[in-house]
Design a protein around this ligand. Sequence first.
Ligand SMILES: *Cc1c(COP(=O)(O)O)cnc(C)c1O
Length: 429
Amino acid sequence: MNRSRSDTLFDQARRSMPGGVNSPVRNFGRVGGSPVFMDRGAGSRVYDVDGNEYIDYLGSWGPLILGHGHPAVVEALKKACERGTSFGTPTEAEIRLAELVRTAFPSIDLIRMVNSGTEATMSALRVARGYTGRDLAVKFEAGYHGHGDSFLIQAGSGAATFGIPDSPGVPADLAKMTINLPYNDSAAVRRTLAERGDDVACVIIEPVAGNMGMIPPAEGFLETIREETEKRGIILIFDEVITGFRIAFGGAQERFGIQADMTCLGKIIGGGLPVGAYGGRREIMETVAPAGEVYQAGTLSGNPLAMTAGYETVRQLQEPGVYDRLESLAARLGDGLRAAAAEAGVPAYLTRVGSMMCTFFTDQTVDDFDAASTSDADTYGRYFWNMLDRGVYLAPSRLETGFVSLAHTEEDIDRTLEAARESMKCLCV
Ligand SMILES: *Cc1c(COP(=O)(O)O)cnc(C)c1O
């Protein structure tokens, strides 16, 4: 495939932007080579600036559950655009989306719209601290909650009590207020909350880990967290920025039958425009300004275009059979990829929850971050480029989630599997 115009644009981009991109993983640093610049998308396909066509499993990192350019979304956006792009006043569009989200998430009495998932988690943390009067936050290793200072934290060495900054610029004193525990380790949750629980404001978790590859919660893990937080008055925050409307209409809370105290949303609820939201039980959310005193605001929050794209997207997901359709397409892909790896004799472990999946190139069972880390980076890099050259666009990093959309067809999946069979044959160095 010729990608010379992408290469030229990348050279140009690097003159104006750090690393040539506006978000790190986009620059292909994790797979080598230079990034593909996209020109347009339609349904399950994306087209780059050199005119190459790809079946897309990135889905803009999760939002595009309907695929690219769904006609209902595009039409509604055009109309909204003509009425005005922003007012800085309340609009009816905000109510429409808020009510729709509340029908999906019974644990959300009140919701605040923001502009990104990062903003949602940062704000939820502030609210949890304000409501409980406690400072500590518990998160899980390699759980991603956006780039807020309090979440860019690694486990400290030795006893997993105090966190250490994961990035220059995060103050060590702030990092100490975040405790990092291993994902899927119920014993660590019990032990830590027994010791420090009285000082813990919240436990925040991706109920299905989607940013260390994709790892489902172990049997009983979420239940343990729910029990241990409830008995200590700790706010349980489900970061459903990926899983919300993805693994069920009501997200992980519906799928696993567990209610969080607060929920963070993003991605799908923006339908491809910049959106985040956080919400939860009435008494907690009533601490948010102007109802209460925990301050949080936004010039473009509840933006009419973003609300419109989100509302039209989520509305499509209310159609009967939508999640069964996603399940059957994704199962076809997941089962096929597993078979392709076995056929090629490539050590691989495939995880899948609904339309979220990940192929780890390892001979281990992947149920935590340590195991995920054994996925071989060079093998993934070769697989990524082999697939790209065969017209399949995967995430340009080995520890990411692949997304199937409602725009994918059985033919798309079968073409992808053919590409995977060929790609896996030539993974050895
Ligand atoms: C993407 C993501 C975020 C951050 O959302 P942005 O809109 O990129 O700021 C937060 N949490 C999870 C689980 C995510 O996947």
